[in-house]
Design a protein around this ligand. Structure first.
Ligand code: ADP
Ligand code: MG
Ligand code: MG
Length: 250
């Protein structure tokens, strides 16, 4: 089964409040899905749980990658299996150049030495797609990077690491339109039968540039409805009130 499956997932903050109340979602490899929803719905929490954030505990349900549960795996093992979590990257790593960090990450993923010619080839291609200068490679990772540069750099890492599934949280920090376009360019360049992406977004605007195969709407820790790209348009025009009513009647 070539899919990322979130099966009846219930989760809470360790010893605290329940945030996810039975999330069901199947992302087949080769597709791009969006999760939208009002603030506080639990979207970012879902992303962090897929990443293996230890501040949450799963009380019920499972997350399966190509049929295999990942719940017992550490974050780095999930990455080796082909999962990429964009928002894990904002950490600053002073003293390690961007290119070296990426080479080590690729080496860890492959479990062996990386062919340098191949590596630099991939870097070049990613920089070209993202319309970026080589000087970004020698800077320390995220050290003094602007918000837009961090985002663009995450996408570059994703393009070089070639994950099977990528989870991207746009976050509420508000990317400018140029950063959004770059994110979109990278994701669109990766689209294909061996890549699936889950885009978490509060706003419809990213989906103007990355047209998703499926849009899911999360309210109160559950997916309450799903549809095509037109669903995102409807949410943009009508807001979330009508979906909230769906959530109550379900
Ligand atoms: P969204 O991304 O959809 O806006 P979040 O997943 O960020 O929603 O948050 C869902 C709810 O869970 C919010 O009410 C938020 O305050 C709460 N929450 C999430 N993580 C934590 C945490 N670590 N500690 C306390 N509350 C949290
Ligand atoms: Mg929020
Ligand atoms: Mg969020």
């Amino acid at each position: 089964v070539n899919q990322l499956e979130i099966r009846n997932l219930h989760a809470r903050i360790v010893d605290g409040e329940t945030i996810l109340n039975g999330v069901n979602l199947v992302l087949p490899k080769g597709q791009v899905h969006a999760i939208m929803g009002p603030n506080g719905a639990g979207k970012s929490t879902l992303g962090k749980i897929i990443a293996g954030d230890p501040s949450y505990e799963i009380t019920k349900g499972d997350i399966l990658m190509d049929g295999e549960s990942i719940l017992e795996m550490e974050a780095d093992e999930r990455a080796r299996k082909g999962l990429f979590l964009a928002f894990q990257y904002p950490v600053e790593v002073p003293g390690v150049s961007n290119a070296n960090f990426l080479r080590l990450a690729l080496q860890a993923k492959k479990g062996g030495e990386v062919n340098l010619t191949e590596f630099y080839g991939k870097l070049q291609k990613a920089l070209e797609t993202l319309e970026w200068d080589e000087s970004i490679l020698t800077r320390y990772l995220n050290d003094g990077f602007s918000g837009g540069e961090k985002k663009r750099n995450e996408i570059m890492h994703m393009m070089v690491l070639e994950p099977t599934y990528a989870i991207m949280d746009e976050t509420d920090s508000g990317l400018d339109i140029d950063a959004l376009k770059v994110v979109a360019k990278g994701v669109n360049a990766m689209r294909g039968p061996n890549f699936g992406a889950l885009l978490i977004t509060h706003y419809q605007r990213l989906l103007n540039y990355i047209v998703p195969d499926v849009v899911h709407v999360m309210i109160d820790g559950r997916i309450v409805t799903s549809g095509g790209p037109e669903l995102a348009m409807k949410l943009e025009e009508q807001g979330y009130d009508w979906v909230k009513e769906l959530a109550v009647s379900n």
